[in-house]
Design a protein around this ligand. Structure first.
Ligand SMILES: [Cu+2]
Length: 655
């Protein structure tokens, strides 16, 4: 079996004899110290990948620690964090090792400059003997440092700037890197598409909650970008991440022979769409053959683009270069020396802050949707399950641990959200001369809830079901019912789990914190240093990837916003994936993982169905039947819907 998790506290610098002889390795140590590292820049990614390989080759844990200690002093700081994190994810002897939250390590990419300055001042005042209470001083920050109500986009800054959302995005791209490795990355291209589509669906639900239109895709690159953004972040040398004022136009990036031209991106886009309509890729030096037919997974690889792109030269580097060009939009030829750090779009751990992240990704998602439109709708028998009836789903605003039947008076049709607050210690990412300085961060949260599903099994045998739960706003911005065309790209995956169905009627419960898309707040460095690893937890591959549980449901409105819950049961015998820990019906260890958006580390994606099923393919109705969710469900006993309401409460919690 697996070894017990190594405690962070036990990992201390060891004596410095190491296998790594830096003098013989010209390929590492190229990137200067204090420069922000980006996986979107191929030279930095190349060096990062070389360091990962080096750290993977250390023969045992002790030499791994020695090598890491040597490299830490030698390499660019952020590149080292990236490479070390990847090595820890994949080395067998670091299984279960908990990494500290990235926002406590690279604090400059998560906390505004004025907060860091204020934190330094607090530490200095204390150093001069200023009296402080025993709790210390805590600095309050909310999203208000990056804008105000003059910019309507600022209404959803709490979502874009949420530190756990940005941390999730960093972890996702850490677990699914674009470069070449021996790590098993099942359905990486498809998950690139699906995870980002889900981020868009969630963002759109937040926008509708805040009286904003859904995101418009950034398709016409000749038009000015109306939505600006000012990140208020600085890098390790004190240089500001570039603001992106309103109405800038995308420009060629770089000078002379290093230029990336906007028309190149347009060419890549045309070629990708061309390949979608042809159904296959043009390959280098090859005639047409089986291996170049298009599917959603290789399309994801081609669009992102990763090393598995079917033809990188021809289909280019569309998604990554879009990030880079948008990051450079304020100083595209670097005449003001702003190319480093550039804008937040240049880094996975900061990009989500900028409204253009979502406009860019909606454009990228549109390419995947063109592909889906070439697919045939699922046949009736691919959507139904004879003998299984989804009789009812109820909601309770209470979650028992372990999960069970909640008190009947908590039964509800209304879920509640509110702003919560949480202290985060900055002193692990900045030196306050031995003092701790905390910031108090505001974030959207919700009251816990439980689903109660009632299912009738008339098949004369016990069955195992995959339970699929989705949520989407009921109305669009015009207050019209959302039809299936809109619903398909707007529905939020809430949960997916396996459940045994005895014959007859059963009711089973599922708590909101059990969701297969979310993870709770990460353990802070302080609790890891104290050795507070929860010993009762099974030793699992811990990867830090997962949607923040506090953002499981959208904000809703003060008066209550209507949503539709959709539940579908499929036969797990058809969904299960062999050779996977998740092939156990009641998988204990993976139940807590955010497998829907992140897969399972070093395992296959735990569901044979296409990601987003049954909403990945087009859904139609023969005219004149309206193409609604209600009509989609008609005649399919294994599905049901329920209307609910989400209310935002003005209460503020403090923890
Ligand atoms: Cu991303």
């Amino acid at each position: 079996q697996r070894s017990a998790p190594a405690k962070l506290a036990t990992i201390q610098p060891v004596n410095l004899s190491s296998n790594v002889d830096i003098s013989t390795m010209p390929e590492i140590g190229i990137m200067r110290k204090k420069q922000p590292f980006s996986v979107f820049r191929s030279t930095e990614m190349k060096e990062g990948g070389d360091v990962v390989k080096l750290l993977m080759e250390s023969p045992d844990f002790e030499s791994f620690m020695k090598d890491a200690t040597i490299l830490k002093d030698y390499l660019n700081e952020e590149l080292f964090v990236y490479a070390l994190s990847r090595a820890i994810l994949h080395r067998p002897d670091t299984k279960g090792l908990r990494m500290p939250p990235i926002y406590q390590v690279m604090i400059r990419k998560f906390f505004p400059a004025q907060t860091l300055t204020a934190a330094i001042e607090v530490a200095q005042r204390r150093g001069l003997g200023a009296t402080i209470d025993s709790e210390g001083e805590t600095l309050l920050i909310g999203p208000d440092h990056t804008g105000n109500e003059v910019d309507p986009e600022h209404r959803v800054a709490y979502f874009r700037e949420d530190i756990a959302v940005n941390s999730h995005h960093w972890h996702w791209h850490l677990v699914y890197p674009t470069d070449e490795t021996n790590e098993q990355k099942d359905r990486k291209g498809e998950l690139f598409y699906y995870m980002h589509r889900q981020m868009l669906a969630r963002y759109d639900a937040e926008r509708l909650s805040n009286d904003l239109l859904r995101v418009r895709p950034y398709v016409n690159w000749e038009l000015p970008i109306q939505e600006g953004y000012a990140p208020h972040l600085i890098d390790m040398e004190g240089r500001a991440y570039a603001a992106r004022p309103t109405n800038l136009i995308l420009a060629d990036k770089g000078v002379l022979n290093n230029t990336v031209y906007v028309p190149e991106l347009q060419l890549w886009r045309s070629r990708l769409i061309d390949a979608i309509h042809l159904g296959y890729y043009h390959m280098p030096n090859k005639t047409h053959s089986e291996d170049m037919y298009m599917d959603i997974d290789n399309l994801g690889a081609a669009v992102e683009a990763s090393v598995s792109s079917p033809n990188f030269k021809y289909y280019g580097n569309l998604h990554n270069m879009g990030h880079n060009l948008l990051s450079a939009i304020g100083d595209p030829d670097n005449r003001y020396n702003m190319s480093s750090p550039g804008g937040v779009m240049g880094y996975v751990e900061t990009a989500v802050r900028d409204p253009i992240f979502f406009r860019w990704h909606k454009f990228v998602d549109g390419i995947f949707e063109i592909f889906h439109q070439t697919e045939d709708p699922y046949k009736e028998e691919e959507l139904t399950w004879t003998g299984i009836t989804m009789e009812d789903v109820q909601l309770y605003e209470e979650e028992l641990v372990p999960v069970g039947m909640p008190h009947s008076d908590s039964q509800t049709n209304t879920l509640h959200t509110f702003m919560n607050r949480r202290d985060i210690d900055l002193s692990h990412g900045l030196d306050f001369h031995g003092q701790n300085v905390k910031v108090n961060v505001a974030y959207l949260d919700h009251d816990p809830f439980t689903y109660a599903f009632t299912v009738r099994n008339d098949t004369n045998a016990e069955q195992t079901a995959t339970v699929r739960v989705f949520l989407a706003p009921k109305y669009n911005e015009l207050k019209h019912n959302i039809d299936m065309t809109e619903y398909r790209t707007m529905c939020i995956e809430m949960d997916k789990f396996t459940q045994t169905l005895p014959t007859g009627s059963t009711t089973f419960y599922r708590g909101s914190s059990q969701s297969s898309v979310t993870i709770p707040w990460e353990q802070t460095i302080e609790s890891l240093n104290q050795g507070n690893d929860d010993e009762s937890q099974p030793v699992v591959d811990y990867c830090g990837c997962g949607w923040p549980s506090h953002l499981l449901i959208p904000k809703g409105t003060v008066s209550g916003m209507k949503f539709t819950l959709f539940v579908m049961l499929t036969n797990w015998e058809d969904d299960k994936v062999s050779n996977s820990v998740s092939s156990l019906p009641e998988c204990e260890s993976c139940a807590k993982d955010a497998s829907s958006y992140c897969g399972i580390l070093n395992e296959k994606y735990p569901d044979k169905k296409k990601m987003g099923y049954p909403f990945d393919r087009p859904i139609t109705q023969p005219p004149p039947i309206p193409n609604t969710l209600e009509n989609f469900v008609v005649g399919k006993t294994n599905m049901c819907t329920r209307e609910l309401e989400i209310k935002f409460l003005a209460k503020v919690n403090n923890q």
